[in-house]
Design a protein. Structure first.
Length: 368
């Protein structure tokens, strides 16, 4: 049986969802529990209810839209997220949510009843924008983060997570978000690639074999400040020079110790006091290290930590590390990959197997 999805309608729904944004078009910004986030959630809920789906929301705000099946048992799940970082594109995450609703609408309109229940999930806070931790909703579902840690989170304005959650209308205990093991019989997340490979190779579909989960860290480098003209070079303990050496060391070690699927990024760097005529006394920066091979990622990190000790000693600096997260990579189920490839062949869609180096909620749903 074939199901009909109207591409023009899906595009129009994606365009409408993009209107709920704190950034001007074509950019999109929807931060967790803000008015635009809640407006986007309400729009998706309306589409799902109009499609005849059952709806429920858990205490964190994860939204479940269900098409019942003939049998009970493991749910076939799909979905993604609708929150968006500043200056985001309108397709990140939303394709998986709007596309999932469109798929279930097509199944329902055909009159077919699936054997198992199918759910589209709009996950809460896949992006780390507000509280600094990505995939909060799916982490809570999988028991991959302690509820106490989530309750202790505060945003940049000092707002506690619990205050923001309740102000957005989500009540109940965070402990109730966790799903039982084997809740899902299968899970598939539709997502844009967020990379150049498919476009460069003129392919339409990538079947993801693994998610290269990141380990993320905050690094602090302490030196000694002073006037740029008053402290001679032999006496300097310049925190920025030390931090710069560490940034270059990370790039080198990723290439030399890592493999083709290892990537490392310093995405944020702050310098204190930040004056043109002042020697930097403190630098803080972040590291994002990813690989599909957990052991190899750990080897790169161990080599970086050793290099940090060497730089600290040579430059007489103090350095410290704070882990943000150290998530394990996950591999896709080959049976599901085969179904994706079979579907691509049936529809005449060009495709290839590939690795995803971006975070996705599927990384944590795979643990359930």
């Amino acid at each position: 049986m074939r199901f009909r999805v109207d591409p023009a309608r899906v595009q129009a729904e994606l365009d409408e969802l993009a209107r709920f944004s704190d950034d001007p078009a074509p950019a999109v910004k929807r931060v967790l529990y803000t008015p635009t986030d809640l407006e986007g959630r309400a729009y998706v809920r309306r589409l799902a209810l109009e499609a005849g789906l059952e709806a429920r929301v858990d205490p964190a705000g994860n939204a479940f839209y269900r098409l019942p099946g003939r049998e009970s048992g493991g749910v076939v799940g799909t979905g993604s997220h609708i929150d968006a970082i500043p200056n985001a594109g309108k397709l990140d995450g939303t394709v998986g949510v709007i596309g999932g609703v469109a798929a279930l609408r097509a199944v329902r309109e055909s009159g077919a009843v699936p054997r198992r229940p199918i759910e589209v999930i709009a996950f809460t806070s896949e992006e780390p924008t507000r509280f600094g931790i990505g995939c909060l909703g799916s982490r809570l579902m999988a028991g991959a983060i302690a509820c106490e840690r989530v309750r202790a989170l505060r945003d940049a304005e000092g707002t506690p997570f619990e205050d923001a959650r309740r102000a957005a209308g989500f009540e109940g205990a965070l402990e109730d978000v966790r799903l039982p093991q084997d809740y899902f019989s299968a899970f598939v997340e539709l997502h844009v690639e967020q990379g150049p490979i498919l476009e460069a190779e003129q392919l339409e579909i990538g079947a993801v074999t693994a998610i290269a989960a990141p380990a993320s860290y905050r690094v602090r480098v302490l030196g000694e400040g002073g006037h740029a003209g008053g402290v001679l070079m032999p006496a300097r303990r310049d925190a920025l020079c030390g931090a710069s050496e560490l940034v270059i060391a990370l790039e080198r070690l990723v290439r030399e110790v890592g493999g083709a699927d290892t990537v490392g990024t310093v995405g944020m760097l702050g310098v204190h006091p930040g004056a043109v005529n002042s020697i930097p006394s403190e630098v803080r920066f972040t590291i994002d290290l990813r690989d599909i091979d957990h052991a190899r990622r750990e080897r790169v990190w161990a080599a970086f930590v050793e290099r940090m000790r060497e730089v600290s000693a040579a430059r007489k600096l103090e350095t410290s590390l704070e882990p943000i997260n150290e998530d394990a990579p996950c591999l896709s189920d080959d049976a599901i990959l085969l179904v994706i490839e079979e579907s691509c062949r049936a529809l005449g869609l060009s495709h290839k197997r590939m690795v995803s180096r971006a975070y996705h909620d599927t990384l944590f749903i795979a643990r359930i």
